[in-house]
Ligand binder design. Structure first.
Ligand code: SAH
Ligand code: SF4
Length: 421
């Protein structure tokens, strides 16, 4: 039997496993704490565990500690990208992003992706394999460890290790603008306002990559260059999470557990290209995640040109599934729209989105195209993005945001993650 990676197990599975090994389930709690609050990287460093159990774990189990093959830091000072090694020699990319008082991990769900979206570097590399739940969880733990370690080097910004309920930013941060969570605000852009009239922030400017003076003008200014606690996980790295439904949702269960990483449903966001059966399953199971759906075009033909799997799950079926999801869960969906100059950023495109999403609880998140080697398109200009937003707001009362550009210089932006081989 190969050793068991404990990051693969839910809290309940860990309890059962301990009993199966002949130990009392009473040890589950302390072991779980060591894994997800202590962020233990070895059994030797664990405290509060009987020596016999420790020896057994050393012999029969492992903890996910993916080696960092490469770490790159963006010039923006707030984005780190990690190339992590997997046990079979494959690699994945994970991104850490710091925002004002909080930290988000963008984790991968697959090595590569089978969906083939034309503008996406992950799609361009093709599909290698699904990640296991443990490999997904280990990425989040890796980011949490990196944060802890950077906090240790800078004690002023260190986060508490073993107290998941303490929020180091509680005083500094106002409560999130309901119902938009920090995770959504981080990845999807500025938060919408509460009233219908002011529901959409018009884009002032796409933030420059390295211009600290200008960055002060933004309302989502990274406040601290180091430290902090992992607050949000977005499944927006490499891969299509709903193509790997069971492992991804088991990882969500593990990351949510209140005695561990303790990420609430407001703090985990899953983005899908539009895998209709997966959306319907999420709806039926009422899974506790935020859902983002990548739309990019408001007609079937336009969508097929950018997202080939739209042939399999046509636009009308996708919108029907989204309606079912929102009705079943009472949740708004975030519709992502990669803005490509001359391709999907016209006034007519904006109106088509408005009509398509009419009556749905929705927010549109515009993502100016990031460069990838396999696609020649250009990002929309900021005037086009503003015009797009204005139409959605004024004609359709539809909130929208423009995603901040982060880590483009290290290819850590949306759709830029890829590995060789
Ligand atoms: N597979 C999922 C999640 C990963 S991609 C999905 O497709 O939703 C995360 C987001 O980045 C998606 O909205 C995707 O359309 C977008 N994206 C992909 N390539 C991009 C690029 N080159 N520039 C901007 N956004 C991109
Ligand atoms: Fe896959 Fe998402 Fe990239 Fe499309 S955009 S190829 S679904 S990772």
């Amino acid at each position: 039997m190969p050793p068991l990676n404990l990051h693969e197990l839910t809290h309940e599975q860990l309890r059962v496993q301990l009993v199966r090994w002949g130990f009392s389930s009473v040890h589950t709690k302390v072991l779980w704490n060591q894994l997800y609050l202590g962020l233990a990287a070895s059994f030797a460093e664990m405290t509060g565990i009987p020596a016999r159990l420790q020896r057994h774990l050393e012999a029969h189990a492992t903890i996910g500690v993916p080696p960092t093959v490469r770490e790159t830091a963006s010039r923006d000072g707030f984005t780190h990208k990690y190339l992590l090694g997997l046990t079979d020699g494959r690699e994945v990319e994970t991104v850490l992003m710091r925002y004002s008082g909080r930290v988000t991990a963008c984790v991968s769900s697959q090595v590569g992706c089978a969906m083939g979206c034309v503008f996406c570097a992950t799609g361009q590399m093709g599909f290698t394999r699904h990640l296991t739940a443990g490999e997904i969880v280990s990425q989040a733990v890796h980011v949490a460890r990196a944060l802890r370690d950077s906090g240790a080097r800078n004690p002023d910004s260190a986060s508490p290790k073993l107290d998941p309920t303490r929020d180091p930013d509680a005083q500094a941060m106002p409560p999130p603008a309901s119902p938009t969570s920090h995770a959504i605000r981080d990845m999807l852009g500025k938060a919408p306002e509460a009233t219908a009239e002011s529901k959409c922030h018009l884009l002032d400017d796409i933030p420059p990559v390295a211009a600290p003076a200008k960055r002060q003008l933004l309302d989502d200014i990274p406040a601290e260059p180091v430290g902090g606690r992992l607050r949000n996980v977005v499944l927006m790295g490499m891969g299509e999470p709903l193509h790997n439904y069971d492992e991804v949702l088991r990882a969500v269960d593990i990351m949510r557990h209140p005695a561990g990483l303790s990420l609430g449903h407001e703090q985990i966001t899953l983005s899908t290209v539009g895998v209709v059966p997966g959306i319907l399953r999420l709806a039926a199971e009422k899974r506790p995640v935020h859902l983002a759906v990548s739309l990019h075009a408001a007609t079937q033909a336009g969508r097929v040109a950018l997202v080939p799997v739209a042939k399999k799950w046509p636009l009308d079926e996708l919108i029907a599934a989204c309606r079912t999801y929102s009705t079943a869960t009472g949740r708004r969906i975030f519709y992502e729209w990669t803005l490509i100059e001359g391709q999907n950023d016209s006034e007519a495109d904006a109106r088509a989105v408005g009509h398509l999403l009419k009556g749905l609880p929705a927010q549109v998140n515009l993502i100016p195209l990031n460069p990838t080697s396999g696609y020649a398109g250009a990002p929309s200009r900021s005037e086009a993005a503003k015009r797009f937003q204005r139409i959605l707001r004024d004609e359709f009362k539809l909130p929208s945001t423009v995603r901040q550009r982060r880590g483009i210089d290290i290819a850590a932006g949306c759709g830029q993650l890829a590995v060789v081989g």
